[in-house]
Design a protein around this ligand. Sequence first.
Ligand code: SF4
Ligand code: SF4
Length: 329
Amino acid sequence: MLDSEQIKEILSNICVNLRFHARGGQGGVTASNLCVEAFVGYGVCQPSFGAERMGSPTESYVRLSLNEDLVRSNEQVYVPHFVSVLDPSLLAEIDVTAGVPQGGWLIVNTTMNQLEIQDLVKRKDLNIATVDALTIAMEILGRNITNTIILGALIRVSNLFTLDQLAEAIMRRFKEDIAAKNIEAVKRAHKEACIYESGVQLDFTADTKVPWQQVRPGLPGYKEVDKAGVWYCDEDIIEYGSKQVNTGSWGEWEVIWNEDKCTDCAQCWFICPDFAILRKKGDDGLWHMAGIDNFHCKSCLNCLNICPVNAIDKKLKQAPASCAVPEEN
Ligand code: SF4
Ligand code: SF4
């Protein structure tokens, strides 16, 4: 890891690139904005949403330098030195390490250890930092917003700015009480982050454009889907669409239906944005609630909030974190 003096020297001569991977609604763009606001020097950030909706993968890019001329580009970052991943499910869906030079840093909100992460991203030449930002967010903020929290781990491994500089940026951006909670969460993440150094020196001079794509081959594109529909649908309701997209990996909650409490009012079915409420036709010829399609439920919790008899519950998918370094074998 570089100390603040070493990173200052690097920032005088080159532009340090960051990339954030998040899901729509998790605040990845705010995280990148805060980096620029906290940094003492010059910086730019650009978001990339694509066809965003809540839970869909998003990216945002940050360039930081002490040399004004080096941060004028407005294109996406192709060679990120630090990649922050706000949602661990993205590791298996997105090529989050695309373009990262040897010795680059991968900072992930997860309870996984570095061997599990290396296995998912198929690289062993990166430095890895993990933080259980979800637990910190739920305990301090009361909701799964991990965007400021991941910055605590980023500061720990990058020294691009200090905790105090980030706290000032947070205070400028948020109301006093919300800012205070976010600062508390950032400090906890800074302290609790698990650091796994690979021993490979980060090459800040690597700067080549690497072709990459956001979605890994294998997922259906519009050409594979009848009538160019993008999302899966129930053929009993709408006859076209793609059922292969695992939107169920987008959320942090497992949504549970309690059949005994359910009065079959169908309000959850009407409000679900992803057709993830299952129904079946009964002997009476009417449609009845039949459960949750967990492969497609992105845990927006609309159904839980609308259910008049509390027949829908939730539980966190993620287990508690641990910094234990596993044996190599
Ligand atoms: S949480 Fe409920 S409303 Fe939201 S996607 Fe899942 S089943 Fe549908
Ligand atoms: S909203 Fe609640 S009671 Fe109504 S069908 Fe859904 S689970 Fe059952």
